[in-house]
Design a protein around this ligand. Structure first.
Ligand code: HPA
Length: 275
């Protein structure tokens, strides 16, 4: 399916009508990072299924709700639950959330995710500010007819993870109680975790964390020139780093353990954003 500008504007009009204000910052919450949503003051909660032309989450740990309100003095729109290619969505469909944010008028986006640590200096519970990514699989979400209203056909992505926001996130790490790194996110399509050989290959290629999300949204944001911050929470060591299989229970446990400190960290960053 090919979309036109009006397709995304229709979702945005519905959201603006329900919320009654234009959000400044968009936040997408990764798997198990949902507790951040409780930080949003005066929330207006909209089910994805009620938004025209939007998608629905099929992952049980994703709430499937858009929450608009205030965090640290900034108006935010927050997706509690995101969409992944492993759910069966085409890459072309995965442009929808960011394009709707752009139509809403947001000034910056924060993408968060849970990831596996490829870098053996990292530990579960660490945070990685994404400085770059590697995506060797799948098409681009920007494939197909280009919508000039959002951006040009060909576009530079060498600084897509906005340097000023990375610097801000680094400066906010102090006093957060978190171990915060800057590193490279290696995209895998999932839903299976990777093989140990894939993780060894990713490490040789320069990957620090493995994950199944974020990159499609990041590319869509880069296309429309939206300032972008990506944050990965290490919820497990990637396949083969340890001698034990990756368990979903371990992933959930680490995410639950880190949710409070991570939410504080994201709140502090949003509060200091110059939007
Ligand atoms: N690999 C890919 N995605 C993930 C992982 C992982 O090890 N952990 C959480 N999301």
């Amino acid at each position: 399916m090919e979309y036109d500008y009006a397709y995304f504007q229709k979702s945005a009009d519905y959201i603006l009508d329900r919320a009654g204000f234009i959000p400044e910052v968009a936040v997408i919450l990764g798997s198990c990072l949902g507790p951040f949503a409780q930080r949003i003051a005066d929330p207006v909660v909209i089910d994805y299924k009620d938004i025209p032309n939007f998608l629905v989450s099929t992952v049980s740990s994703h709430a499937g709700k858009l929450i608009l309100g205030t965090v640290a003095g900034k108006k935010v729109v927050c997706m509690s639950g995101r969409f992944h290619t492993y759910e069966g969505y085409d890459f072309e469909q995965l442009v929808i959330p960011i394009r709707v944010f752009q139509c809403l008028g947001v000034k910056a986006t924060v993408l968060t995710n849970a990831a596996g640590a490829i870098n053996t200096d990292y530990r579960p519970g660490d945070v990685m500010i994404i400085k770059d990514h590697i995506k060797l699989t799948g098409a681009s979400p920007l494939r197909g007819r280009n919508l000039e209203e959002f951006g040009p056909r060909f576009f530079d992505i060498s600084r897509m993870y906005t340097p000023a926001l990375r610097a801000l996130a680094l400066s906010c790490a102090e006093g957060s109680g978190l171990r915060v790194h800057e590193g490279v996110y290696f995209f895998f399509t999932g839903p299976q975790f990777e093989t140990p050989a894939e993780i060894r290959a990713a490490r040789i290629l320069g990957g620090d964390a493995a994950g199944m999300s974020t990159v499609t949204e990041a590319l869509t944001a880069a296309h429309c020139g939206m300032p972008l911050l990506g944050l990965s929470v290490m919820v497990n060591m990637a396949a083969g780093v340890l001698d034990t299989p990756i368990s979903d229970a371990e992933v959930d446990r680490t995410a639950a353990m880190i949710a409070g400190a991570f939410s504080d960290y994201v709140e502090k960053i949003i509060g200091r954003m110059d939007v």
